[in-house]
Design a protein around this ligand. Sequence first.
Ligand SMILES: NC(=O)c1ccc[n+]([C@@H]2O[C@H](COP(=O)([O-])OP(=O)(O)OC[C@H]3O[C@@H](n4cnc5c(N)ncnc54)[C@H](O)[C@@H]3O)[C@@H](O)[C@H]2O)c1
Ligand SMILES: N[C@H](CO)Cc1c[nH]c[nH+]1
Ligand SMILES: [Zn+2]
Length: 429
Amino acid sequence: MRVLRAEQFGLTREVEYGTPEQNEAVRQIVESVRTEGDAALLAFTEKFDGVRLEAAGLRVTAEEIEQAYGKVEAPFLEAIREAAANIRAFHEKQLRQSWVDVQPDGTMLGQILRPLKRVGVYVPGGKAAYPSSVLMNVIPAQVAGVPEIVMVTPPATGGRAGIDPYILVAAAEAGVKELYRVGGAQAVAALAYGTNTIAPVDKICGPGNIYVALAKRAVFGAVDIDSIAGPSEIVVLADDTADAAYVAADLLSQAEHDEMASAILVTTSPKLGEAVASEVERQLATLPKADIARKSIDANGAILLAETMEEALAAVNRMAPEHLEVMVAEPMGLLGRIENAGAIFLGPYSSEPVGDYFAGPNHILPTNGTARFSSPVNVDDFLKKSSLIYYSKDALLKNGEKIMTLARHEGLEAHARAIGIRLEREGEQ
Ligand SMILES: NC(=O)c1ccc[n+]([C@@H]2O[C@H](COP(=O)([O-])OP(=O)(O)OC[C@H]3O[C@@H](n4cnc5c(N)ncnc54)[C@H](O)[C@@H]3O)[C@@H](O)[C@H]2O)c1
Ligand SMILES: N[C@H](CO)Cc1c[nH]c[nH+]1
Ligand SMILES: [Zn+2]
């Protein structure tokens, strides 16, 4: 792994996300699906996923899901059910209620929360199967009360024939009723604009590779999106008390997701840096996905050496990583100084996969520095708010002049008169 001085790590705000070629490819895919619908969807599915389908075959049937149950083992079912319960319990704590505040003069002000009507959830499946992402997408939407949850996932998970049965079982366990075998930018475009087969949604959530992330960014505005949850990232912030083997294992846990994933150690200890570099090499050699992890570590892996914890924290906050592990003697003591991170894992036993699969917080997290302003997927993503305003006659008579003053300062006479006409008429009575 490259060793760099933390202060020299010139990580500035990224202006362009993805290469120009990837951006152009996504632009063309999105535009074709928008204008040609199912025909383009099927053509891109054949081109990028190697699967030839008819429009009628896009929707996954109840029989397929039933058959999938026959292919998964009992320990998987037990684990996914317990994970689902943890994720549901965590997200239920996020649920907020509508509220109304009634004042003595009869004024009523409030906020009404309603679930979005129809949302699309993307479950990745290009290089690996992600049943866990089914739960992370679907459960918060259910907790919010979304009536129509549409799931899409590539038709040949990890290049194998068909959708991974564990994904199908996770979808059934989560209660998904509408599921299509389509992935990549074409799936995002279909959800956003609709085709003959897939009705358009109000919002698209879920993680994916660079093509999925760029497509979500491209359709934002036509629909809402959660965040740019692109290729995975991990930053480990460690001092000389950290265990090099643990740090290396956690860095590799994210490197194996994607050649574009990134894994960075920020440390005040050159000795730990050296030990982690050789541990990464040792552990990488035996990984089944060593080819992907190798490319990711070579392209986007680094060890940043900082003089002080202050400097280390500045580098972390500048990167705004998707996942931050804090492996220092007193992790709680640093918490208040971490400003930007999608999820923060404290101490040696909170290894990143604890959050990926089981603890309960969402694993769909902002990447590429967007944790500066974006949040993990959460129940609020699936709710919209309407403000509620009721003014009594007394309240309008009391405040009308002030409203007219403000309107006239903006040069908006019609606004002032809309109030004035009521003051004249009601004030006379
Ligand atoms: N940030 C998060 O919250 C989070 C969570 C889980 C996973 N992830 C990330 O999700 C990603 C999953 O990626 P994946 O590839 O396994 O699955 P994916 O489903 O995101 O992407 C696969 C699809 O990409 C499309 N594609 C592949 N090559 C293409 C090309 N050259 N041109 C156009 N389209 C192409 C294909 O249509 C394919 O169906 C990884 O990067 C992983 O790190 C992120
Ligand atoms: N680490 C991923 C988010 O970047 C989520 C995940 C799902 N399965 C394994 N990992
Ligand atoms: Zn992961």
